[in-house]
Write a protein that binds this ligand. Structure first.
Ligand code: FPP
Length: 255
């Protein structure tokens, strides 16, 4: 990978987070500040998607999850929903060869069946093209909601219990995790939200239990490779305790 990037940004290549999840927010405000249509903000947001996917791949992140369209976003004006669907389809059609060359495996999480047929077809084609890639998984969260995901997992578990395939005593946290859209993937180590809002907005409610949170005031279209890599550097300075106390040695010093 790019040793220059590690040096320039003070990143330790040995402690790269395995999974980074991003709530891409602020496209509308970015456009409004420029007296533009909200869709122009989303268009500019696509450029940032390209930049961040490339940076994540270059530093060796295993999984990058981008929150592109929530279950709640369906209630936006029909014209904006339509424009976002066109952008998504165009992004996949245009970028999939590049993603493929970069070794990225595309995965969509969320209620795919609610998406327009042409978007579903494009997703299917893109996922098939990149399914053998092992460089990085790119989860695009589309028509995604954390509560819907957990509800779906509960439904699957109840069905298995009622058909006798699973007993209630055997239900563990893993039983739930294995029935989420992210089954088999590590939980996010880092959760980034742009545009300064201090909310989870129904994003990966189960998976972010121990994620390190980074909220930046930068609007998504202005979010840069530099700021992304700065967050990775800061992540490496954080102590992750998972609810435990730091390890204290006999002389009272911290290990
Ligand atoms: C939030 O900004 C952003 C979205 C709802 C959509 C995100 C979509 C993109 C970045 C472009 C398409 C994505 C891909 C993967 C090609 P907002 O509209 O809520 O902004 P606001 O809070 O300032 O109004």
């Amino acid at each position: 990978m790019s040793s220059d990037l590690f040096e320039q940004h003070g990143i330790d290549p040995e402690r790269i987070p395995r999974h980074v999840a991003v709530i891409m927010d602020g496209n509308g405000r970015w456009a409004k500040k420029r007296f533009m249509n909200r869709v122009n903000g989303h268009q500019q947001g696509v450029e940032t998607v390209r930049t961040i996917v490339t940076a994540a791949r270059q530093i060796g992140i295993d999984v990058l999850t981008l929150y592109a369209f929530s279950t709640e976003n369906w209630s936006r004006p029909a014209s904006e929903v339509k424009a976002l669907m066109v952008l998504l389809k165009r992004f996949l059609a245009k970028e999939i060869d590049t993603l493929d060359r970069q070794g990225v495996c595309l995965n969509v999480i969320g209620q795919q069946s609610r998406l327009p047929d042409d978007v579903q077809t494009q997703i299917e084609r893109s996922m098939v093209q990149t399914r053998g890639n092992t460089g990085m998984v790119l989860n695009l969260a589309l028509s995604y909601g954390g509560r819907e995901e957990i509800t779906r997992a509960v439904r699957a578990i109840v069905n298995e219990v009622s058909s006798g395939g699973l007993s209630v005593q055997d239900i563990t946290e893993e039983t739930v995790a294995e029935r989420l859209y992210t089954a088999g993937q590590p939980d996010p180590d880092v959760l980034i939200r742009t545009s300064g809002e201090m909310r989870l907005s129904n994003f990966m409610l189960w998976q972010v239990a121990y994620a390190e949170l980074f909220i930046t005031d930068t609007l998504w279209p202005d979010f840069s490779q530099k700021e992304f890599l700065d967050i990775i550097r800061q992540y490496q300075t954080r102590e992750r305790r998972y609810g435990k106390v730091p390890c204290i040695s006999n002389d009272g010093s911290q290990q």
